[in-house]
Write a protein that binds this ligand. Structure first.
Ligand SMILES: Nc1ncnc2c1ncn2[C@@H]1O[C@H](COP(=O)(O)OP(=O)(O)OP(=O)(O)O)[C@@H](O)[C@H]1O
Length: 326
């Protein structure tokens, strides 16, 4: 099963620019979480801090007893091997074919025989729908295929935690829907803890068990998906609706004058997305182990959640009616 990731009081700056401060959250073991946030709010910096590639000034990131911020490099390096990382562009080597790209971490970090490497690489390529494409170069395949190749490479060392940085960037809506299903199927198959950074509302509404959001140097919220999806926080509502009106501006924050002018206008209400059911694994896939664990966890915290989130959670636990509605 995946590992729990506990983040406590994390603060990161570059020089005088504070990226975010005092961020605390727990990625529950084996569950899928999404981190939302407008461009430039430090989502990628957050991912890099989890794996110890960037060092926040304050706070801890605890994974199986190792603190990725403060422990010696040797321990951090060992724990990093338990992560699988999927970067925005797949981060493939352009001169290597897909097989060699995906085999790279195995050849670099293990002493496995070539026959074993071949078995693992072909299995992971099959998992992400790339069977038969081993000899293609990254330049000869589509962006979506490159992303799936990046995902296959992230899987070869059997990671217990998978971090995906904007897996949907550059994909059309149909390919994004396939990718969402692939991420859920993957979670069902390997039960890894997953954190996906994205701007994509479709992914946020259908894939994760938990959702968080970074804005203006703070973690606005992190918790069961129903909390953010029913939130009436202006920044959350604006982000979910993809609306110009609200605290998020072109350069991340609007100044007080612009906000006051907006408040004086009476603006048409934008469409509020409904809570849609979370994706389930494809037919033939195992059930997700995370579902039962999450149900117990969320029910134990129910009384502390806002009323709208409580209602949405209880509705989601009801058996579907004959017409498929809850
Ligand atoms: N190594 C670095 N040195 C200095 N500043 C950095 C460094 N890495 C990131 N930053 C700054 O940190 C801020 C957050 O960047 P980050 O890439 O994490 O944002 P993001 O939320 O992932 O954005 P996007 O959604 O556009 O990818 C930006 O202002 C960026 O310029």
């Amino acid at each position: 099963m995946g590992l729990e990731v506990v983040v406590e009081g994390l603060t990161k700056s570059f020089g005088r620019q504070t990226i975010w401060r005092d961020v605390s959250l727990t990625l529950p073991a084996g569950e899928v979480s999404v981190m939302l946030g407008p461009s430039g709010t430090g989502k990628t910096v957050f991912l890099k801090s989890l794996i110890g590639l960037l060092k926040p000034e304050r706070g801890r990131v605890l994974i199986d007893g190792v603190d990725m911020v403060n422990d010696p490099d040797r321990k951090v390096y060992e724990t990093r091997k338990r992560f699988g990382l999927m970067f925005q562009d797949g981060a493939l080597f352009g001169s290597m074919n897909l097989f060699d790209n995906i085999a790279f971490p195995l050849r670099e970090h293990t002493r496995k025989k070539e026959s074993e490497i071949r078995r693992i690489v072909l299995e992971r390529m099959e998992m992400v729908g790339l069977a038969g494409q081993e000899r293609k170069l990254p330049g000869q395949i589509s962006g979506g295929m490159r992303k799936r190749a990046g995902l296959a490479r992230a899987l070869v060392l059997d990671p217990q935690i998978i971090l995906c940085d904007e897996p949907d960037s550059g994909l059309d809506p149909v390919r994004t829907a396939y990718l969402s299903q692939l991420l859920i199927d993957l979670n069902a198959r390997i039960d890894a803890t997953m954190l996906i950074v994205t701007h994509n509302i479709e992914i946020a509404c259908t894939v994760p068990d938990n959702i968080g959001m970074l804005f203006r140097r703070d973690l606005v919220t992190f918790g069961p998906r129903e909390v953010l999806l029913t939130s009436d926080e202006p920044v959350v509502a604006q982000f979910l609706r993809g609306n110009r009106h609200g605290p998020i501006g072109m350069s991340e924050e609007k100044d007080a004058t612009a906000l006051a002018a907006e408040a004086r206008l009476s603006l048409p209400a934008a469409r509020v997305p409904e809570i849609v059911p979370q994706l389930e694994p494809s037919p033939g896939m195992p059930d997700r182990g995370a579902v039962n664990r999450r149900r117990e966890r969320v029910l134990s915290m129910l009384a502390q959640l806002p009323p709208a989130a409580q209602e949405a959670i209880l509705n989601s636990l009801l058996p579907p009616a004959r017409d498929g509605r809850r």
